[in-house]
Design a protein around this ligand. Structure first.
Ligand code: AVI
Length: 324
C-alpha cells in the first residue's frame, strides 16, 4: 500500500497535490463518478487500513500470514538462500519478517513512493535482522525502477503480498507484472522469482462482510476519501448524506466499494460544481478475487510462469510463486 511521499508530490502554489486534484475532478465528471483507490492512503487512511486488517471479517491478512508461517520450509527449498528480496510497497511488520526468516536472503530492498513508510519499515526490519543489508528505494513501483548497485549481481525475489494486485483492473495489473519483471531482471542466468498474494473468489456474503465490517472501520476508510477531498481540495461534499457500500460484482469477479448518496446532493470541489441524485454513487475501489485459473492467466500475461501455489487451511487466500 502506497501513500504519496513529500519528495515525489507535485504541488501547486497553494500546496495542493496536482495529481490528486486532476484525478478527483476528472473522476467526478464521469457519468459513473469514480476516484482511484490509491488516494485512500493519507495518514488517516493508512491507519484505518491497518485497523481493517484486524477486523474479524477481514480474513486476507490472517490467511496470508498463516500460509507464510506454515510453508516456511517449502519457500526455503523452492526459493533458496542468497536472493535479494525486493518488496513492492513498504513491508508489512508481520509478513515480511516471516518470509525473510524462512529463506535466508542476502539483501532486502523495500520499494515505496512514501519515504516515511520506507524509513519506518527499514528501522523495524534492521532491528529484527541486524546482519541483513537493507537498501530502500523511494520510487513508484508501478514503473520499471533501477535497483541499487549493491544488489545488481544477486538473484532476485519480488514480494508483493496482500492481494494489492487485485485493486487494479487487468490491464494495469499486467502492466505492473511486466514492469516488475523488467525491474527484477529476467535475462540473467539465475532468473528472477515472484511471490505474490492473490485473494480467492468465495461466498458473496463472506466477501461483502469483509468489505463492510460490523464495527464500521471499512465504512470510515471509504468516507475518509470524501473527507480528504473536502480538506485538501476545498470540497463541500455533505459527508452525512453518503453511505458506504460494498457490492460483489460477479461478472467482474470483484468487490466494488461505493459512496452512495442517500438523497439528492450538490457540492463543490476546487470551485467546480457537482450534483448526485439519491442512489447515485462515487465508485472508490475495485478488489478483484481470483480462481486458480484466472490468477495463472494474469501472471502468464504479465510474463511470469507459476511454479507453486499455496492456500490457507480454509481456501480463502492464495500465495503463488512464479519465475520470470
Ligand atoms: C490494499 N488492498 C489489498 C485492500 C483490499 O482488500 O482490496 C484494501 C481494502 N479496501 C477495503 N478493505 C481493504
Amino acid at each position: 500500500v502506497s501513500q504519496k511521499g513529500l519528495a515525489l508530490v507535485d504541488r501547486d502554489e497553494d500546496g495542493v497535490d496536482r495529481a490528486f486534484r486532476n484525478d478527483v475532478l476528472e473522476g467526478l465528471r464521469q457519468p459513473q463518478k469514480a476516484v482511484p483507490a490509491r488516494w485512500f492512503y493519507d495518514d488517516r487512511g493508512s491507519q484505518l487500513f491497518e485497523d481493517i486488517t484486524r477486523q474479524p471479517e477481514y480474513y486476507p491478512t490472517r490467511a496470508e500470514t498463516e500460509i507464510l508461517r506454515e510453508r516456511c520450509g517449502e519457500f526455503a527449498e523452492l526459493i533458496g538462500p542468497g536472493r535479494a528480496v525486493v518488496e513492492f510497497g513498504s513491508g508489512s511488520s508481520v509478513k515480511t519478517p516471516v518470509l525473510l526468516g524462512c529463506i535466508d536472503p542476502s539483501a532486502y530492498v523495500p520499494l515505496d513512493i512514501a519515504g516515511d513508510f520506507l524509513r519506518q519499515s527499514v528501522a523495524d526490519l534492521s532491528a529484527k535482522f541486524p546482519d541483513l543489508p537493507v537498501h530502500p528505494v523511494e520510487a513508484d513501483f508501478m514503473r520499471e525502477t533501477a535497483l541499487p548497485d549493491e544488489v545488481a549481481d544477486l538473484p532476485k525475489l519480488g514480494f508483493f503480498p496482500g492481494s494489492t494486485i487485485g485493486n487494479m483492473v487487468a490491464r494495469t495489473a499486467v502492466d505492473l507484472l511486466r514492469s516488475m519483471r523488467a525491474t527484477l531482471g529476467h535475462d540473467s542466468h539465475d532468473g528472477a522469482m515472484l511471490l505474490i498474494g492473490m485473494d480467492l473468489v468465495k461466498d458473496r456474503a463472506v466477501l461483502e462482510s469483509a468489505y463492510d465490517d460490523a464495527a464500521g472501520v471499512t465504512a470510515a476508510f471509504n468516507l475518509n476519501l470524501a473527507e480528504r477531498i473536502n480538506r485538501e481540495l476545498g470540497g463541500t461534499i455533505p459527508l452525512d448524506r453518503l453511505r458506504h457500500q460494498a457490492r460483489w460484482m460477479d461478472d467482474y469477479s470483484r468487490i466494488e466499494m461505493h459512496l452512495v448518496a442517500t438523497q439528492d446532493i450538490a457540492f463543490q470541489v476546487s470551485g467546480e460544481s457537482f450534483a448526485m441524485s439519491a442512489g447515485e454513487s462515487i465508485h472508490t475501489e475495485n478488489s478483484h478475487k481470483f480462481s486458480r485459473r484466472s490468477a495463472f492467466t494474469l501472471l502468464l500475461a504479465g510474463g511470469w510462469t507459476p511454479v507453486r501455489r499455496w492456500t490457507d487451511g480454509e481456501d480463502r487466500f492464495s500465495l503463488i510463486l512464479a519465475r520470470a
